[in-house]
Design a protein around this ligand. Sequence first.
Ligand code: DHB
Length: 310
Amino acid sequence: MINRKYNGFLDVEILNLKFPNPLILAAGILGLTAPLLKRVVYSGAGGVVTKSIGLKSREGYPNPTIVDLGYGLVNSMGLPNPGLKMFIEELEELKGLKVPLILSIYAFSEEELMTMGKIISKLKAVSAVELNVSCPHVGGISEIGKSPELVKSYVKTLKDNLSNKPIIVKLTPNVSDITSIAMAAVNGGADALTAINTVKSMVIDIETGKPLLAGVFGGLSGPAIKPIALRCVYEITETLDVPVFGCGGVETARDVIEFIMAGAVAVQIGSAIARRGLRVFREISIELKRFLELKGFKSLEEVRGLAHRR
Ligand code: DHB
């Protein structure tokens, strides 16, 4: 059970979904089984996003798949997942979840997305879908998120085949103009956006002289990318009136406030869990509430977008 006593006025309503606090588990972290997702909720998350699921199962890349640089993680898992049909068994166990469950999905073609949309429409446990068009190192996915035409077309295909569930599109920062991609997603029918997915990167093993990750390239997350993520949220919300989930390097209440001031409606937390454990949700909630009280804000809505004032 979420301990409401900690949260109080941290509640946010986004896409007609009630989040008891704005701290949401980001895709890819602990999101592959029902017991783990439940544990995240018990730890105080205001919502959860699953690991990205495709139509068919994928094994992912061989080890090593993750490197901790201290200031961030570079990971190259290769989208390992059991495939949608198998994952439905986990979702069945999550029907009574007390917070919104967002299903992260990816597809290699619009046909796959069409099929997935129809299946997901029937899944009661799923509150919303987050479309991952932005994994930086899996061929066939990373290209989608860099093209406004493809983004619009993929989102429209999902919209046409998904009934009664909002669509969130997770954007890549690996583009020269994220706002034009954001606009394409909204034009295709996106109800909200997540900014940002990981930054394309690599690590070299100087002993062997070879790339360290088996997948060669990976996605950088954690504190190193927070200023990039903030800039992206700010740029998007400067132009578009669409709910944006801030994602990238959130570790403290101060980070959350920065994202909300940049225009985000809520944040997603990933790498901080690897660094500090699941207690981050409760700890940040308490810190956040203290900040609002101290500054005399009555809700997060009063803080949202303050950085845009001229
Ligand atoms: C993976 C997928 C992502 O979207 C990302 O940002 C990083 C890694 C993966 O499964 O490899």
